[in-house]
Design a protein around this ligand. Structure first.
Ligand SMILES: Cc1cc2nc3c(=O)[nH]c(=O)nc-3n(C[C@H](O)[C@H](O)[C@H](O)COP(=O)(O)O)c2cc1C
Length: 245
């Protein structure tokens, strides 16, 4: 397909540029990133998805920069993200104790284990890439189900004087949101038309992740040509983002 051939060609050129500039890139990076978590939320195969194509190029470039970085991938359409049942909670955002968990049926104990695993995987990371398309002004529903698993009292938030506070400000963390959308959304109308991006930014800030970068693959439109253009435009922004992480 012309779209992927063209962009792969461009990506190769970007790759060569990155290789020749490796010293500069490493010297410019301000952070010491150890654990990258790439979360994708799109039922399409990667070669047909604008957001996943761009996110893959970004992730590869970050791994070139931080060659010792530990890397995990989580596909929200392949991994099981449990629904949060009332019986799993001891209070607001507080998962039940081991003792209480042992009283649940075995199938529910497995669900609670999975919720805890999802949260622990998130808080062990320091560099996050989320790739998602814009669907109905926001992101696909599994992203919200995932975030609800991640926000747990005692792990990612705590309550002080009845108010919630984020706990993930204990080290440098960066969250990069790769979002594809059919439309170009002008900055002024973002609160109305880009609710997903605003929400993810707000919730990451709330749990203590102060650095948030967006990589928009916007204006994918309705034709193959528009989609090619959008992907190629987004690929060109990768260098700057990699420099800043
Ligand atoms: C169910 C659905 C809802 C969508 N809603 C929006 C929308 O609200 N705004 C928009 O600009 N594009 C919308 N789109 C278009 C996609 O965001 C666009 O095609 C995007 O490039 C898909 O990215 P992908 O190739 O990574 O899946 C929607 C597409 C689908 C399938």
């Amino acid at each position: 397909m012309r779209f992927f051939f063209m962009c792969r060609d461009m990506q190769d050129r970007t790759q060569k540029k990155a290789e020749t500039n490796t010293d500069t890139i490493i010297a410019t990076g301000e952070n010491d990133m150890n654990n990258m978590l790439y979360i994708s939320a799109n039922p399409k195969p990667e070669n047909l998805s604008a957001s996943k194509t761009v996110a893959r190029a970004l992730v590869n470039r970050i791994m070139d920069k931080y060659q010792d970085i530990k890397y995990e991938e989580l596909n929200l359409y392949e991994q099981h993200i449990p629904q949060l049942k009332h019986s799993y909670f001891a209070g607001r955002s507080k998962i039940i104790s081991d003792e209480e968990m042992n009283k649940l049926p075995e199938s529910e104990q497995k669900e609670v284990d999975q919720i805890i695993r999802i949260c622990d995987q998130f808080r062990n990371a320091d560099l996050y890439v989320l790739a998602a398309p814009m669907w109905s002004l926001s992101f696909p529903a599994p992203v919200k189900e995932y975030i609800d698993c991640v926000i747990q009292a005692g792990k990612t938030i705590e309550f002080k004087d009845d108010k919630p506070h984020g706990l993930l400000n204990n080290k440098a963390r960066i969250f990069i949101y790769v979002q594809s959308s059919g439309a170009h959304i002008p900055w002024l109308v973002r609160p109305a038309l880009n609710k997903g991006l605003n929400y993810v930014h707000d919730v990451m800030r709330f749990i203590g992740i102060s650095r948030f970068e967006e990589l928009l693959v916007d204006g994918t439109g309705t034709t193959e040509e528009e989609r090619e253009d959008a992907v190629c435009r987004a690929m060109k922004k990768i260098d700057d983002i990699v420099l800043s992480v």
